[in-house]
Design a protein around this ligand. Structure first.
Ligand code: HEM
Length: 487
């Protein structure tokens, strides 16, 4: 029945690995070492052509990495429900914007979209620039070899706390921030283990495992940090009166002079107005704290790796920055950032080769045709952004870092779903403009003051199969101070 009922027979027509009676492809997956899971998965994409199936009773997975099929799934308002694979992170992110669906998702998306309005981003800009300057001051001493990933993670975490959450991390909170970052990595590893050992996807088996206890302890650490941030801001606002039309501003407020509510204040006003409850605020803060810092940290780590390994490109970025600032040591304005066109091409190309969210997944709640195959309802659909972005038929010399690919004249005729680092359609990334601003600000601040030299080579990178694209090993870069006047 498992292998031969109607849905299974239809599904088996999609190309895929040889099936084993009852267990499908589970054995292949279970045998992979956690450090090799990413490599193993991408090797499957090379074996097939844009679509393949994976079957482990009771779960059916369709894997796609061609723009035509991806457009069908992502552009539809029918397939906005997230895959059951994400249930693994439900105890952490609960029903926040990333995981929720239906009316709840729609209502929250509407409320939270205004938290990333252009006016808000403009007001965040100075805070982001100040953090970028601090990043350059703490990067290291000239000639030092640094592992860039933890440094940029600290930067993006500070930035999201200070902008969206209105809380500056102090010396006393930095230990908690460190535990938070470590806990996120532990959670990522637990996610991989549960993903590989497919029997652990069955809730009651997982509940009996030691991983469950470890997961709960890790989530407790994460939530302690985010709860403290909410409480701190709540207390501040209670003392400084939160109204739905803020005109009077407090001098101590990190949002000095702001006219619109930023993320956490918006949620707390919604709570005051009875539009969201306490647990709703918590799940959104957990979601945005994670989505708002881990992704951009991954993006920046790989961008710095590429710039260090491509001196010609780095030099062009530096020249562009110099043409904007000359000898001035002033911080960048929003209009300066807009002028950094070549840097923008570099960021785009880096997000193509190293998309921080390397896959997204949906549940197909209706039968659908993909690449001329019928996919039965109730199939999990995995969209592999990493594999899509490295297709040779979409990007000539796909593994070469070439920012000019994104020049308007070189982008003519490219399928709109061939490049989706921020996903696309109704459930695209709500923070993409914020992310681009932050990445531009950090990179321009660093390149303005330092020359980066390659230690780690891109071909040495071993990726972890976590939710966010990470390197298993350090990404080492040598930093050399440029002219002292830019410091
Ligand atoms: C380079 C940085 C970033 C990348 C590559 C990225 C990528 C993505 C992708 C691919 C999705 C779709 C996920 C899915 O369908 O499962 C997504 C959704 C989301 N992102 Fe981002 N993101 C970035 C930065 C940010 C930032 C800075 C924030 C918040 C400040 C953010 C908040 C979110 C949220 C809340 C969602 C869920 C949206 C929804 O389902 O309505 N992201 N992001």
């Amino acid at each position: 029945y498992i292998n031969y009922h109607e849905d299974a027979r239809v599904f088996m027509k999609v190309p895929g690995m040889k099936d084993r009676f009852l267990i499908g492809n589970a054995l292949e997956m279970i045998c992979v070492h956690p450090d090799k899971i990413f490599e193993w998965r991408t090797s499957l994409s090379k074996r097939f052509n844009g679509i393949y199936r994976f079957y482990t009773y009771p779960f059916r997975y369709i894997n796609i990495y061609n723009p035509e099929d991806i457009e069908i799934v992502l552009s539809s308002t029918k397939f906005i429900k997230k895959s059951r694979l994400y249930d693994i992170i439900k105890p952490w992110l609960a029903d926040g914007l990333l995981l929720s669906s239906g009316a709840k998702w729609q209502q929250r998306r509407k409320i939270l979209t205004s938290a990333f309005h252009f006016d808000i981003l403009r007001q965040f800009h100075t805070v982001i620039e100040e953090n970028s300057k601090r990043l350059t001051e703490t990067l290291g001493t000239s000639g030092e070899i640094v592992n860039i990933a933890p440094i940029v993670t600290e930067y993006t975490l500070n930035t999201i706390c200070e902008t969206a959450m209105g809380t500056k991390l102090s010396d006393e909170t930095s230990a908690a921030a460190m535990s938070y970052k470590n806990a996120l990595h532990t959670l990522g590893n637990l996610f991989i283990q549960r993903f590989i050992k497919l029997y652990l996807l069955i809730e009651f088996i997982y509940n009996l495992s030691s991983l469950k206890i470890q997961q709960q302890r890790t989530i407790d650490v994460i939530k302690k940090f985010t709860t403290d941030i909410i409480d701190k801001r709540k207390k501040y606002l209670e003392q400084n009166v939160l109204t739905s039309n803020p005109t009077k501003q407090d001098e101590d407020d990190v949002y000095k002079g702001r006219k619109k509510f930023a993320f956490l204040d918006l949620l707390l006003t919604a709570e005051n107005d009875g539009k969201i409850d306490k647990s709703g605020v918590q799940e959104e803060v957990d979601t945005f704290m994670f989505g708002g810092h881990d992704t951009t940290a991954s993006g920046l780590s790989f961008l710095f790796l590429l710039l260090a390994n491509h001196q010609d490109v780095q030099e062009k970025v530096y020249k562009e920055i110099q043409s904007i600032f000359g000898d001035s040591t002033r911080i960048a304005t929003t209009s300066d950032l807009t002028q950094m066109k070549y840097l923008e091409l570099c960021i785009k190309e880096s997000l193509r080769l190293y998309p921080p969210i390397h896959f997204v997944a949906r549940i197909l709640n209706d039968q659908i045709k993909l690449s001329n195959y019928t996919i039965p309802a109730d199939t999990e659909c995995l969209i592999h952004i990493f594999d899509l972005h490295r297709r040779e038929d979409l990007y000539k010399n796909a593994l070469t870092f070439d920012p000019d690919r994104f020049l308007p004249e070189n982008s003519v005729g490219r399928h709109p779903y061939a490049y989706i680092p921020f996903s696309a359609g109704p459930r695209n990334c709500i923070g993409q403009k914020y992310a681009m601003m932050e990445m531009k600000s950090a990179t321009s601040a660093v390149i303005r003051r330092y020359k980066l030299e390659a230690i780690t080579k891109p071909e040495e990178i071993r990726f972890s199969g976590d939710l966010v694209l990470r390197s298993i090993d350090p990404i080492n870069i040598k930093i050399i101070k440029r002219d002292a006047k830019n410091m």
